[in-house]
Design a protein around this ligand. Structure first.
Ligand code: PEP
Ligand code: MN
Length: 370
């Protein structure tokens, strides 16, 4: 059963600042000077709400910089005192939580390599019980929505109400343009399932390269995400971690100036009527799609009966190859993307197979791996 979550909105967190709720700062706290100078420059920008810096760094391979440790918490406390910015860092176990709270850290985030592990998230939740601090839960490295929501629920159970999700992309086996796959449908589904949960996009860890930060940030804003977490360092090329994706505070300022912030509701109410009519058309097409799918499955079932009577296999690779090639050509000629045709027709083909499996093996349950 789903836990009921009680949350405050991001508008309450950011006080007088405007959308997006912006978290900025270096991947890692390296030296007191680097932290203070980056923070001073970021504090001069009206958009920055929280200064971030990793103190304990989860690195993929050993022998790389694994963070300055608790020493850096003093620097974050200084940032808070001298600039008035809220400060945030990553916690990966209960010791980190106690240490960070001791130094008055305002915002804790749970990293992608931690939210993947329910034992650790529970340990963190226990350490947070009854504490009033802002906590953001990054998506786990694998695209597992339930695991992400489960981690959020565990933290909510500690009584945390300034609670949010960070979308930082998902690991992929193949080399892709971005360092991590955005899989936008996951944060979109979180929005559908938990509409009040603030969602922050982390374009730095999605992109892995500064050249893509703008396009990902703009997309997140167009999907009505509440905020952005962007890594910023006074001298990115010399950064001890995530050097290729960090921006100078000046470049961050320039990126923000180019962001177009669109409103979720139209200023002109007449537009709602126009949209309403167009949405009616969409509903009609969606109903038609469902009806056609139903008819297609009925035909597939009839084919399944013949296959059963004649003892032939369900999968007919030549026929499947013929279908996918044909729809690829006709779909693309009608302006549909390869990805859409591929995803939709593979799903339809799989559904036909499932229907035929049922016809063929009445009485024998098949679970389709689910
Ligand atoms: C980070 O924010 O610096 C970090 C380590 O992120 P992630 O957990 O998303 O890899
Ligand atoms: Mn980083």
């Amino acid at each position: 059963m789903e836990t009921e979550l009680k949350m405050t909105t991001v508008t309450e967190w950011r006080g007088y600042k405007t959308r997006p709720f912006l978290i900025a700062g270096p991947c890692s706290a390296e030296t007191e000077e680097q932290v203070m100078e980056t923070a001073r420059q970021l504090a001069s920008m009206k958009e920055v709400c929280v200064f971030r810096a990793g103190i304990w760094k989860p690195r993929t391979r050993p022998n790389s910089f694994e963070g300055i440790g608790s020493e850096g918490l003093k620097w974050l406390r200084r940032v808070k005192q001298e600039t008035g910015l809220m400060v945030g860092t990553e916690v990966a176990n209960e010791k980190h939580v106690y240490e960070a709270l001791k130094y008055g850290i305002d915002m804790l985030w749970i990293g992608a390599r931690t939210s993947v592990n329910p034992f650790t998230v529970q340990e963190i939740s226990n350490a947070l019980n009854g504490v009033d601090v802002m906590v953001l839960v990054k998506n786990p490295i694998n695209p597992d929505l339930e695991l992400w929501i489960g981690a959020i629920e565990r933290i909510a159970k500690a009584g945390i109400t300034r609670l949010g999700a960070i979308h930082r992309g998902f690991s992929a086996f193949e080399k892709t343009v971005y360092r991590n796959q955005p899989n936008w449908q996951l944060p979109i589904e979180i929005r559908r399932r938990i509409p009040d949960l603030p969602i922050i996009c982390d374009p730095s860890h999605i992109s892995g390269a500064r050249e893509y930060l703008y396009e990902i940030s703009q997309k997140a804003m167009d999907l009505n995400f509440d905020g952005l977490m962007i890594e910023s360092h006074i001298d990115p090329d010399k950064a001890l971690s995530d050097s290729a994706q960090q921006l100078t505070p000046n470049d961050l300022r320039e990126l923000l100036s180019r962001l177009i912030l669109r409103s979720p509701v139209p200023a002109d109410p007449r537009l709602l009527d126009i949209l309403g009519e167009l949405r009616q058309q969409i509903n009609i097409y969606d109903d038609a799609l469902i009806e056609i799918l139903e008819k297609r499955m009925k035909v597939a079932e009839t084919i399944g009966k013949y296959k059963k009577e004649n003892n032939i296999t369900i999968l007919q690779p030549t026929r499947w190859d013929e279908i996918i090639k044909k729809v690829m050509i006709s779909g693309q000629s009608k302006g549909l993307s390869k990805e859409l045709i591929d995803t939709v027709f593979k799903a339809i083909h799989q559904e036909s197979i499932n229907h035929q499996m049922k016809v063929m093996n009445i009485g024998l349950e098949t679970h389709n791996g689910k």
